[in-house]
Design a protein around this ligand. Structure first.
Ligand code: FAD
Length: 567
C-alpha cells in the first residue's frame, strides 16, 4: 500500500497528466507483480478514460470559476453496500486512492451476513442475476470472477406456490416454461412467447442502452421518449403482462419481479419486465458460501488495489465549500479530505441528513418527504434442526389476494392479516451454510414502510408467529418446534441500522415519474465533486441496478490525473 501510494504520488508531484498516469499505473502494477494488472487496466480504461476526459473538460469549462480541487486523486465512498464497493473498485482501477467508510461492523450493507451456531444467513440479496456485472469488476483488477467465487446456477429459478397449493416451476428452460404455462392455461403459451420477445426488446433498450448512462440533463430524458413510447413504458408491469396473458395466476407469475426491487407490479413502469429476459439469458445464480462471498470478494479487490474498507466508521456530514464537496466529517469529529466523494448511503438520507440544507436546492427536505418510497420488508432468519429437502432454493408463496394485498402495502399502508412470502433455503444449494442435518432459511414479507406508523417493537413477534404458522401449514410442517436460531429485521431496523429513509427496503420507489432523470442523479445536481450510487439513484435497486449505478461513475467522474492539473 505504501509503495502504491508513493507511486501515485510521484506521478502527482510531476504535476502533469502523463506523470500522474504513470504514477497511478505504477501503483497498479505493484498490486500484482509483473505488471499484468497494469496492462489490463491500460486496456480496460483507455475507452473510459477518453470519455471521462471529455466529460471533465466540459465541466472544467463550466466550473472554471470554482477554483482548485487540490489533493491527488483521493476518493471517499460513504457506505460499503454493493453500489459503494463496486464504485470503489472502479475508482481504484482508474488510479484513485479509495477509502470506503461504513458505520456497520461488516461490509455489504443490506447484503451483510448473520452467523449463529454454525448457520450462515445472507441478510439481503439472494437471487444473483447479471453475473457479467461482477465479472467486469474482477476484470478491472486483472482477475476472473471464477478465481474467487464459485457461482452455481439455480434451477428452477423460483418455485411459485399458489394459495390453493398448485405449484409453478419458473425456470430458464424454454421447453419447461412452455409446459408449465400450458398446464395452467394452454391458450397463454403463445402470449408468453410474445411477452418474452417484448421483454428482450425492452432489455435491449432499458438495460443495454440506459442502465449505465448518467441522466444528468432533461435532454437525456427527452431523447429516450420515442423509445419509451415504442416500448409502452407508460404501462405498468402488470398491465403489460396482462396484454399478453389471460390466466390470473400466470399474470402473477410473470409480474411479481418488481417486488424484488421494491416496486408494486401495479404501478412500476413496464421497463422492469426486462428482468424476465435478463434471467432467461443469463440465469439465476447463487455463490457457494452465500452472497456474502461476493461482498468479501469485492473487499479483497479493493484492498488489492491499495484501497481501504474502514468499518465502524460513521459519516456525520459531507462537507461542502463553495459548492464543492471537500470531504467528510466523521462522527468522532475527524475530517477526511477528498477530491471525489461518493455516497452509497441511502440517497434520501444522504441529502436529508448528511448535507446541510443551504447546499441543496434540488433535493430539499420537502421534495424528499413528498417522494414515493418502496415498501418495507419484515425478514425472519431461522435455522431448523431438521431438513426440508423438498423445499426449493427460492420459493414464492402467493397468498389469497394479490392486487388488494399490494394496495394495502403500497397505498393504504396497513399491515394485512394475509401475506405473500418469499422463502429462501440456501442450504438447497450450499449445505455448508448450516450445521449437518440442519436447514437454514429466511422468509420475507413485504409490508408498508414506516409511514404506516406500526410499532414494530410491539408487533414483530406476533407477526413472526403468524408467518411461522403459515409456513407450518404450507411448506415447513413442525417449523416452530424445530427452531435452533431465529432473528428478525423490521422496517424500523432498516431505518435504524441501514439509515434508510422511512425504513424503505429499496429506497425510492421505481415508478416512471421517479426513474432516470427524475431520480436523484448519480452526479449531484447541486454539489460538484459529489456522486451518488446505490438503490436510490439511477438506475435503481437490486444488485444489477446498484452495480450499474457504479458503472455510471466511469462516465462522470474525471480522471484523477486530470483533476490534479487543476491545482
Ligand atoms: C431482504 C432483501 C432481499 C433482497 N433480495 C435481492 C435479490 O435477491 N437480488 C437482488 O438483486 N437484490 C435484492 N435486494 C436488493 C439489494 O440487496 C439492494 O438493492 C442492494 O444491495 C442495495 O445496495 P446499495 O449499494 O444501495 O447499498 P446498501 O446495501 O443500502 O448499503 C448502504 C451502506 O451505507 C452505509 N451507510 C449509510 N449511511 C452511512 C453513514 N452516514 N456513514 C457510514 N456508512 C453509512 C450503511 O451502513 C450500509 O452498509 C434485496 C434487498 C433486501 C433488503
Amino acid at each position: 500500500m505504501a509503495g502504491a501510494e508513493a507511486g501515485a504520488e510521484a506521478g502527482a508531484e510531476a504535476g502533469t497528466e502523463a506523470g500522474m498516469e504513470a504514477g497511478a499505473l505504477e501503483a497498479a502494477g505493484e498490486a500484482e507483480p509483473g505488471g499484468a494488472l497494469r496492462r489490463k487496466r491500460q486496456t480496460a480504461l483507455r475507452g473510459v478514460g477518453d470519455l471521462c476526459k471529455v466529460c471533465f473538460m466540459q465541466r472544467l469549462n463550466k466550473n472554471s470559476s470554482q477554483g482548485a480541487m487540490g489533493g491527488a486523486g483521493r476518493a471517499i465512498v460513504v457506505g460499503a453496500g454493493f453500489g459503494g464497493l463496486a464504485a470503489a473498485v472502479r475508482l481504484g482501477a482508474r488510479g484513485y486512492r479509495v477509502t470506503v467508510l461504513d458505520r456497520l461492523d461488516q461490509a455489504g450493507g443490506r447484503a451483510r451476513v448473520f452467523r449463529d451456531q454454525g448457520f450462515v444467513f445472507d441478510a439481503g440479496p439472494t437471487v444473483v442475476t447479471a453475473p457479467f456485472l461482477f465479472e467486469e469488476l474482477w476484470a478491472l483488477c486483472g482477475r476472473k470472477l471464477s478465481d474467487d467465487i464459485d457461482l452455481r446456477p439455480v434451477a428452477p429459478f423460483y418455485r411459485i406456490r399458489f394459495n390453493d397449493g398448485e405449484v409453478f416451476d419458473y425456470s430458464g428452460d424454454a421447453e419447461a416454461m412452455r409446459a408449465q404455462i400450458g398446464r395452467l392455461n394452454p391458450d397463454d403459451v403463445a402470449g408468453y412467447e410474445a411477452f418474452l420477445a417484448k421483454s428482450e426488446r425492452i432489455f435491449n433498450v432499458g438495460f443495454q442502452q440506459l442502465a449505465d448512462v448518467p441522466f444528468g440533463k432533461v435532454w437525456d430524458m427527452l431523447k429516450i421518449v420515442p423509445d419509451m413510447a415504442m416500448l409502452e413504458s407508460w404501462r405498468t408491469v402488470y398491465g403489460l403482462v396482462s396484454r399478453h396473458i389471460r390466466d390470473e395466476r400466470l399474470r402473477q407469475v410473470l409480474s411479481f419481479h418488481p417486488l424484488l426491487v421494491g416496486g408494486n407490479p401495479f404501478s412500476t413502469t413496464s421497463i422492469y419486465t426486462l428482468i424476465a429476459f435478463l434471467e432467461r439469458k443469463w440465469g439465476v445464480h447463487f455463490p457457494m458460501g452465500g452472497t456474502g462471498a461476493l461482498v468479501q470478494g469485492l473487499c479483497k479487490l479493493i484492498e488489492g488495489q491499495g484501497g481501504e474498507v474502514r468499518l465502524n466508521t460513521s459519516v456525520e456530514r459531507i462537507e461542502v465549500e463553495n459548492g464543492r464537496a471537500t470531504g467528510v466529517r466523521l462522527a468522532d469529529g475527524a475530517f477526511l479530505p477528498a477530491e471525489v466523494v461518493v455516497s452509497n448511503a441511502d440517497a434520501a438520507w444522504t441529502y436529508r441528513h448528511l448535507i446541510a440544507p443551504e447546499h441543496r436546492k434540488t433535493w430539499t427536505d420537502r421534495r424528499l418527504e413528498k417522494a414515493r418510497y418502496s415498501m418495507g420488508l419484515f425478514v425472519w432468519y431461522f435455522g431448523t434442526r431438521k431438513q426440508y429437502p423438498d423445499v426449493a432454493h427460492h420459493t414464492i408463496l402467493l397468498g389469497p389476494r394479490y392486487k388488494e394485498l399490494l394496495e394495502d402495502i403500497f397505498e393504504k399502508k396497513v399491515l394485512a392479516d394475509d401475506f405473500s412470502l418469499y422463502l429462501h433455503r440456501p442450504t438447497a444449494t450450499d449445505p455448508a451454510l448450516a450445521p449437518e442435518g440442519c436447514d437454514g432459511f429466511y422468509v420475507l414479507s413485504p409490508v408498508p414502510h414506516l409511514d404506516a406508523g406500526i410499532d414494530w417493537t410491539e408487533r414483530a413477534e406476533k407477526y413472526r408467529r403468524a408467518i411461522s404458522a403459515e409456513l407450518d401449514r404450507t411448506m415447513l410442517p413442525g417449523v416452530e418446534e424445530n427452531l435452533v436460531t431465529s432473528r428478525v429485521l423490521t422496517p424500523q431496523m432498516f431505518q435504524d441500522e441501514y439509515l434508510s429513509f422511512k425504513g424503505a427496503a429499496f429506497s425510492i420507489e421505481p415508478v416512471l415519474t421517479q426513474s432516470a432523470y427524475f431520480r436523484p442523479h448519480n452526479e449531484s445536481e447541486d454539489i460538484a465533486g459529489l456522486y451518488l450510487v446505490g438503490a436510490g439513484t439511477h438506475p435503481g435497486a437490486g444488485m444489477p441496478g446498484v452495480l450499474c449505478s457504479a458503472k455510471v461513475l466511469d462516465r462522470i467522474v474525471p480522471e484523477p490525473s486530470v483533476a490534479r492539473v487543476r491545482v
